[in-house]
Design a protein around this ligand. Structure first.
Ligand code: PCA
Length: 332
């Protein structure tokens, strides 16, 4: 009988080998992300790895494993905690079962523009850094997806159309939002979207124009309701022990490149949003803003979600929102 090794097992074996044979060789890090090469997030993080390689003359070599090729999304954070891999990228709000803090970038009506989303990240960063530190992790940077909207294979004009509709959702608050509207939420990873539609497991989805484009939404749906729900983020983070093992120059290179990646990533998100809108329209997707009744119904479903969060959120989460309100610009 043949045994095949998983990519992770091969990687671990190779790591053990190089650690014993070449103590003086460059540091090798692995960084796992669930998102594919077509995603601007992945392109940004690849550039981050490249910048670190250049700044350290190859002394810190970060290999990206994209598209969930090494570790599944849910296993990335536990794997970085254990140090199986040194770094990872995840969709931050998938951590909302750990703390209501992780829900703040999926709350309707809180941040409706990139500027707001940035102010919210500035207010969140110290608390999230602390929560990560308690688990031996260190955040490097966070970058938002374009705001979330609703894809359907009909023109969405009234929340009644959600009755019995199976809607793909990428995190808990999106699922709650769908439920508030009378739909049936189904949690599906981004990479599984095409299969979920083609096997008839879902009829509609909530995500960004970027994911709509990279998952070829036009193969399954005809309309995008640009509801501007929220700007959820990806976060890139490292195992703190792995970071502490680096020398000063390498640590500085990582932090500098992270700073640049954050700045570049926010711009890439804006640019990708504009390009994706064009691509969706070129493939025949009709994009509209919710109007009239639908607008009110979405607002009501969102308000309900926000209220329930406020009831569950502790003092720290409430303080975060207060801090955000202070940082928020009057309007974009
Ligand atoms: N794309 C990812 C996360 C949010 C987004 O816009 C997804 O839908 O899974």
């Amino acid at each position: 009988m043949r045994h095949s090794l998983s990519p992770l097992a091969i990687l671990l074996a190779a790591g053990a080998l190089s650690a014993t044979t070449s103590a003086l060789a460059a540091d090798q890090w692995n960084l796992a992300t669930p998102y594919g090469d077509a995603s601007f997030h992945t392109q940004n993080t690849k550039q981050f790895a490249e910048d670190v390689r250049k700044a350290t003359d190859g002394e810190l070599d970060i290999t990206m494993h994209s598209g969930g090729s090494l570790i599944s999304h849910a296993e990335i954070k536990p794997s970085v905690r254990r140090g199986t891999v040194q770094a990872g990228e995840i969709f931050l709000s998938t951590l909302s079962n750990e703390s209501p803090i992780y829900e703040v970038d999926t709350l309707p009506g809180l941040a409706n523009s990139y500027d707001d989303a940035y102010a919210l990240w500035q207010a969140s960063k110290p608390i999230i850094t602390k929560l990560f530190a308690e688990q031996g992790l260190m955040p490097l940077y966070a970058v938002p997806w374009p705001s979330q909207g609703i894809y359907t294979d009909f023109k969405l004009t009234d929340a009644d159309q959600f009755q019995g509709l199976r809607v793909r959702a990428p995190n808990i608050n999106t699922q709650r939002f769908v439920k508030n509207l009378g739909g049936i939420p189904t949690e599906t990873e981004e990479a599984d979207i095409p299969t979920a539609f083609s096997t008839g497991r879902v009829d509609a989805m909530i995500t960004s124009v970027s994911t709509g484009k990279s998952m070829a939404a036009w193969d399954y749906v005809s309309n995008f309701s640009d509801a501007n729900l929220w700007f959820p983020k990806n976060i890139v983070f490292v195992n703190k022990r792995a970071f502490d093992r680096l020398d000063d120059t390498e640590q500085k290179a990582v932090l500098d490149a992270a700073k640049q990646a954050e700045r570049r990533g926010w711009q890439m998100s804006r640019d990708d949003r504009a390009e994706s809108v064009k691509a969706l329209e070129a493939h025949g997707i009709t994009i509209s803003k919710p109007q009239g009744d639908l607008k009110k119904q979405l607002q009501a479903a969102g308000d309900k979600l926000f209220k329930s969060w406020q009831e569950r959120a502790g003092e720290q989460a409430k303080q975060l929102v207060a801090d955000y309100r202070q940082r928020q610009q009057p309007s974009e």
